[in-house]
Design a binder for this molecule. Structure first.
Ligand code: GLY
Ligand code: MN
Ligand code: MN
Length: 496
């Protein structure tokens, strides 16, 4: 496969998929003598020792459900390649969510893998194409910094991957020969691997992406109800996130002593995420004082000041790639001021009243409406609305949303904002079912320059975000053990 050509980042040489330009970098030797030497003298290949992963049977059931919706259509679900960050450095690899969902392969997915559904009657035969380890006689393993095992570590063998996932597994090099003849009537997850999508577009009879859109939607909608393995993963992710928050609380003195204390909060949580899981599931928001009023504050370069509140919105993503999404707002000094406490308890009331409506048969949008009635009630009672409570709650009013512009809930799973391609009637307007997992995350934010509120309210932002699963007869707050009442939070921060 890989042709040697004159120079590359390391050097020389790498296969043509990853040309580098590198005159000013060190070189990999290209002599015949070196090639002969480096291709010999290695121990035996590791023997396959894999066992089936517990998620394999769940992924198989998910593939069956997708299969039923696409009789006769070839299905292409790429994991995607690594993404360039700049020049020849790459972002940490994250396989596409649809691929993870249908294979069960998580953070150790080999980049460039593709799941192929080959129509068979009204169902599909599923084949996983992936890159096997490069033979030591090839130059790829030592001279290709993108995928060579000298550079990125050993890849699992096809047999191992097949056993883990319970899938027939083939070399990605065989992809073109096997899949191309099947692609005229196909649907692909378009954004997963751009070059592959372009190829498929050029092979299909019509320039019609309807099937692709349907495939993305069907997978998004299947993900709305979590199976037992997914709920266990989310529960574990939430427990890990609890540990991350405990580390944050322990780091408050250090954060308060540093001019960029928010970075200490972010860093401490990131360390927990790397230790307990794969990574953070999204950019951590570490927002102290008025930064809490900036909904997606991820710059995190401000001080953490005693007397202020610290809003932290953070979640640990496990190796399975399921993530938690938790927000806690804590007083840096360990004690809420009377005003901070008043605002905090209003938000907590909204969260609790929203939780109270969750049960099978209620509509997803009822959760937001319940939270908004509470939020509107408080800002009305405090005298901030220019209209009556009824006028504000009416669709043509909504004045109270000035103080909480975001939604109350979103589904949660492999993506922090999960199931994003589901239709409105399957998401917002859908009845809740056991196994749905979502956030409840009301907040109140009084911007530093908001002259509709008294000066002492300005620059205070509070959000409380929990992760909820719908049960057969109601709901369970999976994150209830992470301190959330005023007393719990004060005791937590003051170490009691
Ligand atoms: N962390 C983003 C959100 O809460 O939706
Ligand atoms: Mn969040
Ligand atoms: Mn959220």
């Amino acid at each position: 496969m890989a042709l040697l050509h004159a120079t590359c980042q390391t050097g020389v040489v790498t296969d043509q998929e990853h040309p580098r330009s590198p005159e000013n970098r060190s070189t990999t030797p290209i002599s015949e003598a070196f090639r002969d030497f480096i291709s010999t003298g290695w121990g035996p290949e590791p023997t396959p020792s894999a066992h089936p992963l517990p998620q394999a049977r769940f992924a198989s059931a998910r593939r069956e459900r997708v299969s039923r919706e696409f009789p006769g259509v070839t299905l292409v679900i790429p994991a995607g390649e690594t993404q360039t960050r700049s020049n020849d450095t790459e972002y940490p690899y994250r396989p596409h969510t649809a691929f993870v969902y249908l294979t069960g392969w998580g953070s150790d997915t080999v980049p460039g893998s593709i799941l192929l559904g080959i129509p068979k009657g009204t169902a599909h035969d599923w084949v996983l194409f992936t890159r096997p380890p490069a033979p030591r006689t090839s130059d790829e393993f030592y001279a290709n910094p993108s995928i060579g095992e000298f550079w990125t570590g050993r890849r699992p063998g096809l047999d191992d991957v097949g056993t883990w996932l319970g899938l027939e597994t083939k070399d990605r090099e065989d992809w073109a020969g096997e899949a191309m003849p099947l692609l005229a009537n196909s649907a692909v997850i378009r954004e997963a691997e751009g070059a592959l999508t372009d190829t498929i577009d050029s092979l299909r009879h019509a320039d019609d992406q309807t099937g692709d859109d349907t495939l993305a939607r069907v997978i998004s909608e299947l993900r709305l109800v979590k199976d037992e393995w997914e709920i266990a993963q989310l529960t574990t992710a939430i427990h890990a996130t609890h540990q991350g928050f405990s580390r944050i609380v322990a780091a408050l003195p250090e954060a308060s002593a540093h001019p960029r204390g928010e970075r200490i909060i972010e860093g401490v949580f990131h360390q927990a995420a790397r230790l307990e899981g794969n990574d953070t599931g999204y950019g951590t928001i570490a927002a102290s004082g008025p930064h809490a009023c900036i909904l997606h504050w991820v710059t995190n370069d401000g001080p953490v000041t005693p007397g202020h509140l610290l809003l932290v919105d953070a979640g640990i993503e496990l190796d399975s790639l399921y993530t938690a999404d938790i927000t806690r707002t804590i007083p840096v000094s360990g004690r809420f001021s009377p005003l901070q406490r008043q605002i905090y308890e209003a938000v907590l009331d909204a969260a609790d009243q929203a939780f109270a409506v969750v049960k099978p048969g209620a509509l997803f949008r009822d959760i937001h409406e319940a939270a908004m009635r509470v939020i509107a009630g408080y800002v009305h009672e405090w005298g901030f609305l220019p209209v009556s409570l009824e006028e504000s709650l009416a669709t043509e009013g909504q004045h109270h949303r000035r103080y909480m512009i975001h939604g109350t809930s979103h589904h949660l799973g492999l993506d922090v904002h999960d199931c994003a391609k589901a239709r409105r009637e399957m998401y917002m307007d859908k009845e809740l079912e056991p196994g749905m997992v979502f956030t409840i995350e009301p907040g109140l934010y009084f911007q530093p320059d908001d002259h509709t509120v008294p000066a002492e309210w300005r620059g205070i932002g509070v959000r409380i975000e929990d992760n909820i699963v719908v049960t057969e007869d109601g709901a369970e707050n999976l994150s209830r053990d992470i301190p959330r009442t005023v007393d719990e939070v004060e005791n937590w921060v003051s170490g009691r």
